[in-house]
Design a protein around this ligand. Sequence first.
Ligand code: FAD
Ligand code: DHB
Length: 389
Amino acid sequence: MRTQVVIIGSGPAGLLLGQLLHRAGIDTIILEQKPKDYVLGRIRAGVLEQGTVALVEEAGAGVRMRHEGLVHDGTEIAFGGVRHRIDFQRLTGKSVLIYGQTEVTRDLMDVREASAAPTVYEALDVSIHDVQTENPKVRWCADGKKFEIGCDYIVGCDGFHGVSRQTIPENELRTYERIYPFGWLGILVEKPPVSDELIYVNHERGFALCSMRSMTRSRYYLQCSLDEHSEDWTDDKFWEELTRRLDPEAVKKLQTGPSIEKSIAPLRSFVAEPMRFGRLFLAGDAAHIVPPTGAKGLNLAASDVGYLSRALIERYKTNSDLGLDAYSQRALARIWKAERFSWQMTNLLHLVPGASGFDQKVQGAELEYLFKSTAAQTALAENYVGLPY
Ligand code: FAD
Ligand code: DHB
């Protein structure tokens, strides 16, 4: 078996890359270790930058997104029980689109299936070989049988715990990491959102976020400690705690109901450099993680794929390696901006265990400055809607 590009992982990064390459006439195979329904069952991000929307459209998977996605021209930040609006449109001329990662994934899977490009679900024990030669290979097991495929390039889109980054010798990678001493407990509920826009809440009991997937489906998050388990959070306990952290107007609008999903995500910042080893490239969470506060994880995965797809297409069309050689540096320049923004938003909005009275006062002063300063709001809005790449 032989193909041009082997893609490991069918999350948003792998699927988007697969479709962009397919449309340029480049053959790919996607190897995914989980069943398709498992991939579609993961509830994750919900905020798409315009650049991400454009790439999904370029991949031919934008029809439902354009139809069902909600355009948000701003967001709100609540502090001391008072909400303040950051007006993205006025400050930057841009908006974001609310459309769930699950839906993006489903749409990309559908166009891939329609194009008959191959995806192997439940591909187990994926291993990567010979990436420093011109004939790299990937092996895996499926249905009790062993497979091997030769290719020109391998792209690791297999998330933080995937095999691709782990294949690169330790002395070839530099890693940077920060682990935050709290997590996010998220629930999804079939009820209308409390507001037309997202509300990020800094509260003395901890951070909260009111988000949505549609005008009838809401997503809420609560800052929780790392030793908590989602099973210990009954729906009633969740609504009670959320009610304590929201402003009175939001509490009045809050419609509670049985959760259809509930999970805890730890918060982490992580970057591995460079994002290439021989003919193996990394994209998305395989190379970097941001804490979710800035809504950047999925958007960074998409921007990596934007750079890498262009570089691979250039390679096949013109035989030039320039784009591939520049990929890691280009992607990392954007990644570090998103790392900085996500770290800053996380520090601004959470109750940090062990923070001194001084630290808390400075955090409050920073928020007050943001609410008064057009320059500070513009900086936040520019980063949130997405710096150009
Ligand atoms: P993934 O979506 O992780 O996809 C990787 C794929 O590779 C998976 O399907 C996995 O099964 C597969 N895979 C892994 N190992 C192998 C292997 N060895 N062989 C074959 N396949 C393999 N971002 C936000 O912006 N907002 C959020 O609210 C938010 N919430 C999140 C909640 C959780 C629990 C997590 C884990 C992430 C969250 N993120 C969020 C981040 C965002 O979802 C990710 O940045 C995004 O999914 C990255 O896409 P990806 O394709 O790079 O990786
Ligand atoms: C959502 C997640 C985020 O991390 C965020 O900053 C905004 C929204 C969400 O899941 O809807």
